[in-house]
Write a protein that binds this ligand. Structure first.
Ligand code: RIB
Ligand code: CA
Length: 309
């Protein structure tokens, strides 16, 4: 089967790292490029982590292009208390040798989607600043992108605030631009992704995965667990890649999603109407088939681990 070509906008980030490993390890996905944004940690660190992951995973042909350091209008928020100052928890990957690409992520996103209209899926697993700027710079990308899939949002409760999920809450204005751009956003939110928990049995399987487990998966996930949920941290971002690999893993429901930007307590809330009077602008994940998710993720990681030694 022809792999799905993606461009991945991210803020590595522990779960971003697991998503990148999943995308690279899966024969169903071809990564045309990685762009970085400030989010979990500062842009310099998210970009450095993307470069480290590229070399550790053996993805040296994949361009990494840096993007926006902060949100369109608001002060930068950060999640270093969750992802560690390095952004990869307790994982210590070698410093990168290959440099970041020249230019800006926004131009890379526009140029890459323009070069292959209808062929590339845009996957965004960090704050949506780069994607929003790309939409503003070249509105036609909403037609050129084959699909747009985000890890972000929540119609139940947030994790940055009670109302806002981190990626949306970090830049609500950018998210509002993205949801109102005219394409249909596949929104993999906390409502389903919170169930993708790497419990102890999962981590034990990761321990048997050679360098991949020893140097990346286990030290990052264990740190994530200490910072978020001792019974098993949810590896949110991997859910967006898992959707690209197997769209049957999630239950998706059409909805109208509006992003709150004015609320004092609700800014960044993805106000989700599953019975809109007008057109839907999103397909919202309401359920994840958790056993099949882990079967897929662990199978890809085992295969990747065999390749890495
Ligand atoms: O809310 C989870 C999201 O915020 C994930 O993308 C995580 O990496 C953080 O960016
Ligand atoms: Ca992320």
């Amino acid at each position: 089967m022809t792999p799905t070509k993606i461009v991945l906008d991210c803020d590595p980030g522990i779960d971003d790292a697991l998503a990148i490993a999943l995308a690279h390890g899966s024969p169903e996905v071809e990564i045309a490029g990685i762009t970085t944004v400030g989010g979990n940690v500062a842009l310099e660190r998210t970009t450095g982590n993307a470069l480290r992951l590229r070399e550790f995973l053996g993805m040296t042909g994949v361009p990494v292009t840096a993007g926006s350091a902060g949100a369109l209008l608001r002060p930068r928020v950060d999640a270093a208390e969750v992802h560690g100052e390095s952004g990869l928890g307790a994982a210590r990957l070698p410093d990168p040798v290959l440099p970041v690409a020249g230019g800006h992520a926004v131009d890379f996103l526009v140029d890459t989607l323009a070069a292959e209209p209808g062929e590339i899926t845009l996957v965004a697993i960090g704050p949506l600043t780069n994607v929003a700027l790309a939409v503003r710079k070249e509105p036609r990308i909403v037609h050129w992108a084959k699909d747009v899939v985000i890890l972000g949002g929540a119609y139940t409760r947030g994790n940055l605030t009670p109302a806002a999920e981190f990626n949306i809450g970090a830049d609500p204005e950018a998210a509002s631009i993205v949801f109102d751009a005219g394409w249909t956003v596949t929104m993999i939110g906390l409502d389903s992704a919170r169930h993708a928990q790497a419990r102890a049995a999962i981590v034990d399987e990761m321990r048997a995965m050679g360098r991949l487990g020893r140097d990346l998966l286990v030290p990052s996930v264990e740190f994530y667990g200490l910072a978020t949920a001792a019974d098993g941290p949810a590896i949110y971002d991997a859910c967006a890649i898992a959707h690209v690999i197997d769209p049957t893993l999630h239950t998706l429901v059409p909805a109208r999603v509006d992003v709150e930007t004015a609320g004092r307590f609700t800014a960044g809330m993805t106000v989700t109407d599953f019975a809109p009077k007008g057109a839907a602008n999103a397909l919202v994940a309401t359920e994840l088939d958790v056993p099949r998710f882990w079967d897929l993720v662990l199978a890809v990681y085992r295969d990747l681990a065999d390749r890495l030694g």
